[in-house]
Ligand binder design. Structure first.
Ligand code: BEZ
Length: 389
């Protein structure tokens, strides 16, 4: 017996079909899925990325590639166990044309797998998982931020140049912590240093006391830590409260002190970190971005806001080349690959694996700022190990 649908159901299917076709073919609104942490340790990072993204879109009159943007939002809670279900809400339920996300490396890897399978354009506005622009790289996957290796390797090089001979690492035990530690070790040991102990704790645990006691006993020349958001605030304060900052400098990629200085206060004074953004760059592009961001959101921007802004710029470049048609993947990729992105961090290009090739700054905490000291490594490209497009 044939299945009979009521008339209004058929009409709804027909309308949904029309909407999908219109969206894919570059007419009507472009559906952008924002999958970011809006709760938990990384929630402030998610908000800054969304703000930065929307700031750029608003500066373009609310349109990219001639198309108005319609947003769909999912809070990923920085939980890798929920990541596949969450990204499928955007891909299968909402039929988005493009996904922007996320912060946490473990969540981003599940998103990259889903994007690779579905062919949906994915722009990663933070998560540094080396695999995303390594073995998981794909023509439809891009990153506007960094690989975990990039700032970590630079900090290793700087620590060795500072004359440090031994270091202990202290990170969360997940891809970002593991890869950040590996990058630091590579740069530090190339310069003659030695990582003597690698301490970890599960994400997002912040019970640092026992580990700080181990560090005090080991007496290394330096400590290197990957922490961000709420975890970074707590570590920097606990480290200073234990008096360790007086004898053993605490180094890290800039996530340790970016967007966190109000909460860290004096505990962060003088800290050296490396990152692809810094305060006091004093370029026309950065000054305009900072003024606009502060005026719109009544907040100072940080690296996460920059990465969100640049994710929107990259999307704009790709859509301009396809006249707003996100289904033209090859033309989209070709345009982004040859573009120079005019970022507040300084102009950057994307390498073959679609990761930014960018300057890494050495920064020093002065008051409430991560002041640029110098360019630690110019035009640093991720090795893109294992990427075959
Ligand atoms: C990550 O998981 O890749 C990450 C999270 C926060 C800041 C930087 C990297």
């Amino acid at each position: 017996m044939p299945i009979r649908f009521p008339r209004n159901t058929l009409a709804a299917f027909a309308l949904a079909g029309l909407a999908v076709t219109a969206s894919a073919q570059g007419t009507g609104k472009l559906k952008v899925g924002l999958m970011l942490p809006f709760s938990g340790t990384y929630s402030a990072l998610g908000v800054a990325i969304e703000n930065g993204f929307k700031l750029y879109v608003d500066e373009q009159g609310g349109k990219l590639g001639g198309r108005e943007i319609e947003y769909f939002k999912v809070d990923d809670e920085s939980d890798p166990a929920k990541a596949t279900d969450n990204v499928n809400k955007l891909i299968k339920r909402d039929n988005v044309d493009v996904i922007i996300g996320t912060v946490h490396s473990g969540v981003a890897m599940a998103m990259a797998k889903a994007a690779k399978e579905s062919g949906t354009i994915l722009i990663v506005p933070n998560a540094g998982a080396d695999a995303v622009t390594g073995p998981m790289c794909a023509p439809n996957i891009f990153r506007s931020s960094f690989s975990n290796w990039q700032p970590a390797y630079a900090m290793g090089v700087v620590a060795a140049k500072e004359g440090k001979k031994t270091a202990v690492t202290l990170t969360w035990k997940y891809a970002a912590g593991d890869e950040s530690t590996a990058g630091f070790k590579e740069g530090f040991e190339k310069g003659g240093g030695k990582v003597v102990k690698q301490l970890t704790l599960p994400f997002p645990n912040v019970e640092f006391q026992a580990l700080l006691t181990e560090i005090a006993a080991a007496k290394p020349d330096a400590v290197y830590s990957f922490m961000a958001g709420g975890g970074a605030v707590k570590l920097v304060k606990d480290y200073a409260a234990a008096g360790l900052n007086k004898t053993i400098p605490l180094y890290g990629p800039g996530f340790l002190t970016d967007g966190t200085l109000d909460a860290q206060g004096d505990a962060a004074a003088g800290m050296l970190t490396t990152l692809h953004y810094a305060d006091g760059l004093n370029t026309p592009k950065d000054n305009a971005f900072r003024t606009a961001y502060a005026k719109t959101f009544k907040l100072q921007p940080d690296v996460y806001a920059v990465q969100g802004y640049d994710a929107a710029q990259m999307l704009g470049v790709g859509l301009a080349a396809t006249k707003g048609d996100a289904s033209k993947k090859a033309e989209f990729a070709a345009a982004v690959e040859k573009a120079k992105i005019d970022s507040p961090r300084g102009a950057f290009t994307v390498g073959k694996s679609h990761n930014p090739v960018q300057d890494i700054y050495l920064r020093k905490v002065e008051g409430k700022e991560n002041k640029m000291v110098n360019v630690a490594i110019k035009g640093l490209a991720d090795p893109g190990r294992g990427c075959r497009m």
